[in-house]
Write a protein that binds this ligand. Structure first.
Ligand code: GLN
Ligand code: ZN
Length: 761
């Protein structure tokens, strides 16, 4: 193997080891600190993050991946793309306008936010419209300069590529794409030109959209972009970086007129190696190979990585291989250092951002100096993985046996929906257009405090249970008094819909500090599925049964579905996601049966995150949706005909998933609709839907109380498209983040709208 190898990083977590970034932003937004304090803190954090990466010995340290909110918003602002409603009048965009775009202000609503590819990171969607791009501020240049002047670091500026940027933007017809490219190219070129004049050696241009379906026309545009940039800025070295899956059209991407191509060798399902074998590698280019997983939290098998690096260097000329994480490390927590509560086998099996960079450095040393030079480090890593592998909870024979028989596990209800529907009508005797809610009711400060005290031990189990029961009781009484038909217990015992189940099922652990950015300053700490998932004890029966005992109206049991639990966790990487999901499904099936035996005969299994796991290429969607739907059915299909299975979905577009939603075969789905401005309704109208369905009649994301009239309008519109006998009335999502007073008023109005609609039928 050639011993010339370089290492680079594509991006680093912004949030800081102690979420200092989040705290700085939030205290500025709350008016507790001024702009100068904010910018000083941010600059300190940025430099500290650069120094940490530099200290790992990387040849390529990214700059301009840092941001005050989101890097796509930064790019829009760099080009002066600011929607008219923010009143921006040219020139550099002020911090106030920047945050208004991100979060809304008193006179302008925030920009739309959406998921970054298949991650749980959300970016601000640029609204291009008719605006003419101009260089408002060369942010990559400023980032490069300050890294150099203040930390002596020769950074590699990261910029999102023009193709990906435009693909992620909205506000223009797709037929105008090529025109937009031409409009932006000179400005984009100017950014690069200024970087070159400054003495920048390399830029990293991120084009993750190249791993998605790409038409020949789109590919030609990509070629046009890079030919033009090459012409405008000769001599500046360009890395075109992709990640998250294999690139479409490997040969043509590899032939782009740039100096290096970055490919993901972790999430490509072996396709990049195959392509290298088939097509070879252009001798004039560097290959930036993502070989350390930038998305998971696990230590790498360094022997396997060394072998991979060896195979790669057979195709790439000496000195032209760069080893990297597979993507930006934005998607993993900062460091394992503080995770002292975990057992040693688990802690040693983890690698967050800092540890992943250590792994890269170690690999590079093994290649440059020979494996003997780092034999003890390699042995320690091997040993850590081996002790982790041998943990008994990762190799449960009972779970393995159940999983081996998964193909034989039934996933079909006893009767088809149409027949179940009649039996259920008989049993439940609900009015037409029944009203219900999605599950959670306001989580007040008192609720959160009581839970914290209980966790710390200052409130004992009995006192905490009594507290939760009191909340449940007043929630039930309120729903009865408002006149809701199908009640919920309110979810007061849950902090989070995934964490709650992760703490009760076998196979999970929780980190102390494993935060990752979800959007803006919002960070999440995903549970980690590290072992075989299995049912231990009933998880929700106590609260649900108590709630049901208080009322003669039906109370829905409330569970989180298998795919959502999977998609909102970090997952073990030694088995497929489908297998892990099936383990969860089998465990939930147990819980569903336990609820039914305890007399809970309406059970809602929430699946808001199904769409998040959708693969990036259209041709892979069907296979994913098939196993996702099947896992839901495995969890829910063993109940009696009269038992009514509900599900709930939110957060996204569903129009291209209606078929799969029907296949889930839930008796009733409640689905977020109000923010899609009726679009979803027309899709249901077109495609039809023949199971019970509640289209959310009001947006719960704002404290505003919706009037009866607007909900009546929503209902009337929905009844155009859907059979009234199948239709339910509910809000868009859970009410956890709302206050009590607006919740109560909104629900009263909702019931009034339902009564009015019934009368007109
Ligand atoms: N049952 C959950 C709740 O009401 C559903 C949450 C969600 O859809 N994200 O809070
Ligand atoms: Zn929801």
């Amino acid at each position: 193997m050639s011993n010339h190898v370089q290492t680079g990083s594509l991006g680093y977590p912004r949030i800081g080891e102690q979420r200092e970034w989040k705290k700085a932003l939030e205290s500025f937004w709350a008016g507790k600190t001024d702009e100068k304090t904010l910018t000083d803190t941010m600059e300190e954090l940025r430099l500290e993050q650069l120094r940490r990466q530099q200290a790992k010995g990387l040849e390529f340290v990214p700059v301009n991946d840092f941001t005050y909110y989101d890097h796509i918003l930064d790019t829009a602002v760099m080009f002066g793309i600011v929607p008219a409603r923010y009143g921006h009048e040219g020139g550099a965009v002020s911090l106030a306008t920047y945050f208004a775009m991100a979060r809304g202000s008193s006179n302008a609503v925030a920009s739309e936010m959406t998921k970054w590819f298949n991650t749980n990171y959300h970016y601000i969607v640029p609204e291009i419209g008719d605006s003419q791009p101009y260089l408002a501020e060369n942010k990559p240049l400023a980032a490069y300069r300050s890294a150099k002047e203040r930390a002596g670091i020769e950074g590699r500026p990261v910029i999102v590529g023009l193709y990906t940027f435009l693909k992620l933007s909205k506000g223009f017809a797709s037929s105008a794409f090529a025109e937009k490219v031409e409009q932006f190219l000179p400005v984009y070129g100017q950014v690069l030109q200024e970087l070159k004049q400054e003495g920048v050696q390399w830029v990293q241009i991120d084009e993750p959209a190249l791993v998605q379906d790409t038409t020949p026309e789109q590919l030609a545009l990509v070629e046009r972009i890079y030919a033009e940039l090459r012409r405008q800025v000769p001599g500046l070295r360009i890395l075109v970086q992709t990640y998250f899956e294999a690139v479409e059209h490997f040969e043509r991407v590899a032939a782009l007129p740039v100096d290096a191509i970055g490919l993901d060798f972790v999430h490509d399902r072996g396709q990049h190696l195959e392509a290298l074998e088939r097509h070879g590698w252009p001798q004039d280019k560097l290959l930036a190979a993502g070989i350390i997983d930038g998305r998971n939290v696990w230590r790498s098998d360094l022997d396997a990585k060394l072998e991979l690096a060896g195979r790669l260097s057979a195709y790439v000329p000496a000195g032209q291989l760069i080893l990297q994480p597979s993507s930006s490390l934005l998607h993993v927590p900062v460091t394992v250092d503080r995770e002292d509560k975990l057992g040693p086998e688990i802690k040693n099996a983890l690698a967050f951002a800092d540890q992943k960079l250590d792994e890269l450095a170690l690999l590079a040393r093994a290649i440059r100096e020979g494996q003997d030079a780092v034999a003890s480090e390699l042995a320690a890593s091997r040993e850590a993985l081996e002790s982790f592998r041998l943990l008994p909870e990762r190799n449960r024979t009972d779970v393995a046996e159940r999983l081996a028989g998964i193909d034989q596990v039934g996933d079909t209800r006893n009767l088809p929906f149409a027949e179940r529907f009649e039996v259920q009508q008989q049993k439940w005797q609900l009015p037409l257009l029944p009203t219900t809610t999605i599950g959670s009711f306001p989580q007040t400060k008192e609720v959160r405090q009581a839970r914290q005290q209980w966790r710390k031990g200052s409130l004992d189990d009995a006192a905490y249970e009594a507290f939760v029961n009191k909340e449940i009781e007043s929630c039930i009484r309120l729903q009865e008094e408002i006149g809701i038909d199908v009640l919920v217990h309110g979810e007061f015992e849950r902090t989070d819909m995934v964490e709650f189940f992760g703490e009760k099922l076998a196979g999970f652990f929780f980190t102390a500090n494993g935060w990752v950015q979800s959007y803006g300053s919002r960070c999440v700490k995903p549970p980690v599925i590290y072992a075989d998932v299995a049912f231990v004890d009933p998880m929700t029966v106590k609260e649900s049964a108590y709630a049901q005992s208080l009322s003669s109206r039906p109370v829905k049991g409330m569970l989180t579905g298998p795919v959502t639990i999977l998609n909102w966790s970090f997952v073990r990487d030694d088995m497929s996601r489908e297998q892990v999901t099936n383990q969860i499904a089998l465990a939930l099936r147990h819980e569903v049966e336990a609820l039914e035996s305890a007399g809970i005969e309406m059970i809602q299994v929430d699946e808001p995150a199904v769409r998040e796991g959708l693969p990036l290429k259209g041709r892979d969607h069907e296979a994913y949706l098939n196993w996702a739907v099947r896992s839901f059915r495995i969890a829910t299909s063993t109940v009696r005909d009269t038992t009514q299975i509900h599900t709930h979905m939110c957060y996204c577009e569903f129009h291209d998933m209606i078929e799969s939603i029907r296949d889930m075969d839930a008796d009733v789905i409640s689905i977020e609709t109000s923010r899609s401005h009726g679009e979803l309704i027309s899709h249901f109208e077109l495609q039809g839907y023949d199971h019970g369905i509640g289209l959310g009649v009001y947006d719960i994301h704002s404290p505003r109380v919706p009037g009866v009239g607007e909900m009546t309008d929503m209902i009337d519109r929905a009844l155009h498209a859907l059979d009234a006998r199948l239709f339910w009335i509910n809000p868009d999502c859970g009410l956890k983040t709302r206050g009590w007073s607006e919740t109560e008023q909104s629900l009263r109005n909702m019931v009034e709208a339902a009564l009015a609609a019934r009368e007109r039928l």
